[in-house]
Design a protein around this ligand. Structure first.
Ligand code: PFF
Length: 453
């Protein structure tokens, strides 16, 4: 039997453990912090429909491609491409993925730190002291500009991710997700119940569920696609890495469907928590990135049992951030373990420390470094923009081309159908068509549209 002592790489202990861990990677700040505010800014229900289409047509096929590549090669993204096409330019996609993991975690850890701080500030009642989002927003801005506090919580967040990933895939990541993911679902249902039973909640439900197609533009489609990639943790080999710890018997197609459904349902449920509450309190859903940190505290302050609700909401946000943060860390760590032969402990400590250090200027981007801007963006925004808007879509597109045309769908089929797992008509044909034609072309169009002025 494999143990983590004689295998620095690791493995999942059970199918459920894998699905929870992969869902834990997918469900994160992208679902709880980003999804509601971009729905709010981009027209509610109509945006939600476009997002769902992107998930179905582009996200799902790429996730299956990533799991398949990972299970086939049992390696990190660099090793995976290198095993199939040794020393070719394709290996560059793997490197871009590892670098994306490094970059994303560097600023993700900063926002993760904010969520930790807000758990504490909800417990002390500090965030509930404001009558309007304006004052709560000012409080938030002062907080994210405070060097000492931001760095302290950033370090705490990264320290937590490091402590979990140090314990390995099965003993650390899987065990943590087995507890944290069900907790997250329970908290979400409690919050939804509270939100939907507020007076005036139905207006929010209507905003969220009634599509107004006049709000849809090319740019809105771009935003929806980018969000689909980020939310499903695609385009940087995270799902290649997680797929690499899977046993040969696992059914890859049903695993993909579970993870996609889990991530999508959580995002939809979060909308059901936030919009009813925002409308019930007579506030605006178009607030932007401050929605969760400045509008919601005002909402909580105005509702019965508000402080308790605030505390559990920010715990929810922190849990979601941790289970995604550990997956980002694991991608970079797996590269050092597989490719450079490092021990897990050394890899986690050095990589985790380096990512923290690189994240420090992002943490200070709303404080002492706020005026240091290049092309109108601060350090945090540059790292986010580069990784999320360039590396992820490019990585996703090239992964689709690689699996569809270079490695070939026939080889992928064989991997998917191992151990009597069926991938028959019409799903196999459907996937083949999507991964070879639809996905690369759609992402290509979106990408070109994005870089054009
Ligand atoms: N999917 C995560 C979220 O929605 O917050 C973010 C993320 C995690 C992106 C892991 C990419 C990744 F590889």
């Amino acid at each position: 039997m494999k143990t983590e002592n004689n295998n620095q790489r690791g493995f999942w202990g059970s199918r459920l453990g894998f699905i929870l861990a992969a869902s834990g990677s997918a469900v994160g700040l992208g679902n709880i912090w980003k999804f509601p505010y971009i729905v709010g800014q981009n027209g509610g229900g109509a945006f939600v429909l476009i997002y769902l289409a992107c998930i179905l047509v582009i996200g799902t096929p790429i996730m299956l491609a990533e799991f398949t590549l990972g299970r086939k090669t049992q390696l990190n993204p660099v090793g995976a491409f290198d095993q199939i096409r040794p020393k070719s330019a394709w290996v560059g996609i793997g490197y871009m993925g590892v670098l994306a993991g490094f970059f994303i975690l560097s600023f993700y850890g900063v926002v993760g730190g904010w969520t930790f701080a807000y758990v504490v500030k909800a417990l002390t009642g500090a965030v509930l002291a404001f009558p309007s989002p304006k004052e709560a927003g000012a409080f938030f801005e002062i907080f994210i500009g405070n060097t000492g506090e931001v760095i302290f919580y950033h370090a705490l967040f990264m320290g937590t991710c490091i402590a979990i990933v140090l314990r390995g895939v099965h003993g650390g990541i899987e065990k943590a997700c087995n507890v944290l993911m069900p907790t997250l679902v329970i908290i979400l249902f409690l919050l939804m119940f509270r939100s939907l039973t507020l007076d005036g909640a139905m207006q929010g439900v209507a905003f969220y569920l009634t599509p107004d197609f006049s709000k849809i533009s090319a740019n809105v489609v771009l935003i929806a696609l980018g969000q689909a990639f980020f939310s499903l943790s695609l385009g940087m080999g995270c799902m290649i890495t997680y797929g690499g710890y899977l046993s040969q018997k696992e059914n890859l197609t049903s695993s993909t469907i579970y993870v996609v459904m889990f991530d999508t349902l959580i995002a939809l449920l979060v909308g059901m928590v936030i919009f009813p509450a925002v409308f019930a309190m007579g506030l605006e859903p178009t607030e932007g990135p401050g929605l969760v940190f400045s509008v919601l505290p005002t909402v909580f302050a105005g509702m019965p049992l508000g402080q308790g609700v605030a505390v559990i909401f920010f715990i929810l946000l922190a849990i979601a951030a941790i289970t995604s943060g550990i997956s980002l860390l694991e991608v970079v760590v797996a590269y050092f373990i597989d490719q450079l032969g490092w021990e897990r402990k050394r890899a986690v400590l050095i990589v985790g420390g380096a990512i923290f250090a690189f994240g420090v200027p992002s943490g200070l981007s709303f404080g002492i470094l706020a005026d240091v801007k290049l092309l109108g963006m601060n350090f945090f925004e540059h790292v986010d923009n580069l990784a999320s808007n360039y590396f992820l879509p490019l990585g996703g597109m090239f992964t689709a081309i690689f699996v569809g045309w270079v490695w070939g769908t026939q080889n992928a089929h064989q991997e998917i159908e191992k151990h009597e797992n069926k991938f028959g008509f019409p799903w196999a044909q459907c996937w083949e068509f999507l991964i070879r034609y639809v996905t690369p072309v759609a992402v290509g169009i979106v990408f070109v549209a994005k870089i054009l002025p």
